[in-house]
Design a binder for this molecule. Sequence first.
Ligand code: NCD
Length: 420
Amino acid sequence: MSQQITLRDAMRTLNLTRDGLADRLGVSKRAMDSWLLPDDSNEHRSMPTVVERFIAEILHSGPKSTQSVQSRSSVAGSAHLLSVEQFSRDSLEDLFRLADQMQPIARRQKICRVLEGAVLANLFFEASTRTRISFGSAFCRLGGSVCDTTGFTFSSMAKGESIYDTSRVVSGYVDAMVVRHPDLGAVAEFAQATHIPVVNGGDGPGEHPTQALLDLYTIEQEFSRLNKLIDGSHIALVGDLKHGRAVHSLAKLLGQYRGLKISLVAPAALALPDTIANLAARNGNVIESFDSLADGLAGADVVYATRVQKERMGGEVIEGYSADFQLNLAAVEAWCKPDVVLMHPLPRDSRPGANDLSTDLNHDPRLAIFRQTDNGIPVRMAIFAQLMGVADQIPHSLREPAWRHPHQVGPDDAGFHTLD
Ligand code: NCD
């Protein structure tokens, strides 16, 4: 295991920031920073073996065992991934530990074929770019193959076929399914008709569990860089909190953390449903509602903006989502902390009048949206590895690729690792 993975594992398990771990180990913060840097960075240093042994000792004497990544075919104890409600804090941390192990593959430094011979069906009955492609890419990067179908028009559902029949038929052809469907609960219906793993890629206004998992993983990564912990932090959720399934799943997951302040920033007509707010309010988390950005953003460590889900409103006219709600550079400069992390599940609506997250923040390093989308790969790989029962094989199955990938993916990006 690489020293960065070991250190991240130790921080997560002991719930310590990087400075906190340096203190615990009795080493300087500078040394800790240099050990956490990527191997190809000039300032990277190797962690002494004695420190590595000390960490192993601390982890083994700790309250929970951290080393095992389950090999059974389940994610958070279930054969399917339908809702974030199936996760505990421990199963979240297990998944993120595995996602860390997937990073070298996601970053194209290693290749892996543990899913060789397996086939995934990506069944998307609603619009999608990143979710469908990143699920497909994650499966392929573990050595599997992918069959895609998009929209109702070209599927037999247009001929009146039931979910039961579709699910059973497809199960005979493939080894796992990802389903996105416009109806709440439809993906669970797919799962009831099959014994192969089914992953919820978004069920109407219900849940989008894998998006929320990659969001939380991104918050954890950004906080590791900023020397912060999720417990005790302040997260602002902004926009269409009523219909946004990604923010529904994220709010539920935040309820696994302790002592959070969660600001809900939305006009009354787009407020987060109470049932979800109650799940977010577990563990002493404090929930406050605001109907203006100026009040809602102050002091937040993370601002998570969302798109107004017009397609789910059935002609309902929403009052109050005016230009004042747009998260743009001026708003961030006026009301946010200098080290705020700006997130969005994407897509953002960049058409005039949409008042969604502005493109004028594109060059701002606080904008984490593309680091967030990149994290869709390691997190979805970790989910497949758990569901297909190959998680424990990952460390022994890594090989060098024969090809090269650009270090910096987009023109405005920092390199994959520069922000670690
Ligand atoms: C979200 C979705 O489809 O729920 N997008 C995504 O999958 N990243 C958010 C949205 O559509 O606004």
